[in-house]
Design a protein around this ligand. Structure first.
Ligand SMILES: [Zn+2]
Length: 85
């Protein structure tokens, strides 16, 4: 299976067993069945902001462009208390 999209932090669903998902273009891709198997990830050369989608050269606060990292209310505490972000 070959899939692509904007990669975000993995998500999970509680339960027994816990279920893990890769997040590609904000769609959850079940990955629990791959635990113990080999997978490969390939960077296609494009980085985009997780908020506004613009192409950027580097990210701030784990995925934002500089203006979104600076201006969004949810990022307000990131420079003072980065452990919250
Ligand atoms: Zn942005």
């Amino acid at each position: 299976m070959k899939i692509s999209g904007q990669l975000r932090k993995m998500t999970h669903e509680a339960g027994t067993p816990i279920r893990y998902f890769l997040s590609l273009d904000e769609k959850p891709v079940p990955i629990t069945a791959q635990v113990g198997n080999e997978i490969s990830l390939r960077f296609l050369g494009t980085i985009t902001c997780v908020e506004c989608g613009r192409k950027i050269k580097k990210t701030y606060n784990q995925g934002y462009c500089f203006p979104c990292a600076r201006d969004l209310p949810e990022n307000a505490m990131c420079s003072v208390r980065p452990e919250l972000c």
